[in-house]
Design a protein around this ligand. Structure first.
Ligand code: 16G
Length: 245
């Protein structure tokens, strides 16, 4: 069956630009696993022909998905569904959203969750007054059956109605309570996993990891989260789009 038979046509009377429609078709195909990691997507000229659009439209659609990290171009070989998770460094997305958009199923194993008074260190990270309530979440994050990351999140008490509000996704819970961060500061550095971390992730002690620290803020400037993530170095590429200043 051809790709177009599987995914359907573009709606020519849909007012959305054709390249955005084609992006949606390709994004859906990855999300629903019509294409999986390392699959080649059809060449530009075939897509142009099958969807009856210009090559320029196809190129624009693909460029966007390459920038998002869903597709990668390999010189001389074509365009493939990214095997590693190409994580955008400039998008305020959640782990669950990152996985779902790639057709992978996120889930977490809880190591610990607790509520309590802020520690001096947390108070500094989140800009909270001593005595404030915080929620702490420690999770091992999976995509399908593969371990991806260890995460420690601290969330100010005013962001959630209760600790139980967080089910499979922290951002979903924050969004529901109207406290999803709208801005964040992030920093990243290379680490090598300790024996304990390696054990939790099923990798070898000393294997490389990416440590990403995110401080998320609400529109009014208050902190919404302080999260330290240890991502597997063999599973992620970090990508960012840079614009001229
Ligand atoms: C991502 C975020 C982390 C956030 C988590 C929420 C980065 C570097 N970090 O891992 O700050 O707390 O997603 O994920 O992207 P969830 O909504 O699936 O629980």
């Amino acid at each position: 069956m051809s790709f177009i038979e599987t995914v359907g046509r573009l709606e020519k009377d849909d007012p959305a630009p054709l390249y955005l429609q084609l992006q949606k078709v390709l994004r859906d195909a990855i999300r629903t696993r019509v294409f999986v990691a390392d699959d080649a997507i059809p060449p530009e000229r075939d897509l142009a022909e099958e969807f009856d659009v210009s090559r320029i439209t196809v190129r624009k659609a693909i460029d966007g998905l390459v920038n998002e990290g869903l597709l990668t171009r390999r010189r001389g070989a074509g365009t493939f569904v990214a095997a590693r998770v190409e994580k955008s460094f400039s998008k305020l997305s959640s782990f669950s959203e990152d996985m779902i958009s790639r057709g992978r199923k996120p889930h977490s194993v809880w190591v610990n969750r607790s509520a309590g008074g802020v520690t001096p260190e947390e108070a500094l990270s989140l800009g909270l007054s001593p005595g404030s309530l915080v929620y702490r979440f420690h999770r091992i994050r999976y995509a399908d059956e593969a371990t991806m990351a260890i995460e420690y999140s601290t969330v100010p008490g005013y962001c959630l109605p209760a600790i139980e509000a967080v089910g499979s996704s922290l951002y979903e819970a924050l969004e529901k309570s109207g406290h999803r961060p709208v801005r964040a500061l992030q920093r990243l550095r290379a680490v090598s996993f300790s024996a304990e971390q390696a054990d939790a992730l099923g990798v070898k002690a000393g294997d490389p990891g990416l440590f990403i620290e995110r401080r998320g803020f609400l529109a009014d400037g208050r902190a919404a989260e302080f999260t330290q993530s240890y991502y597997r170095g063999d599973a992620y590429d970090v990508v960012a789009e840079l614009n001229d200043i």
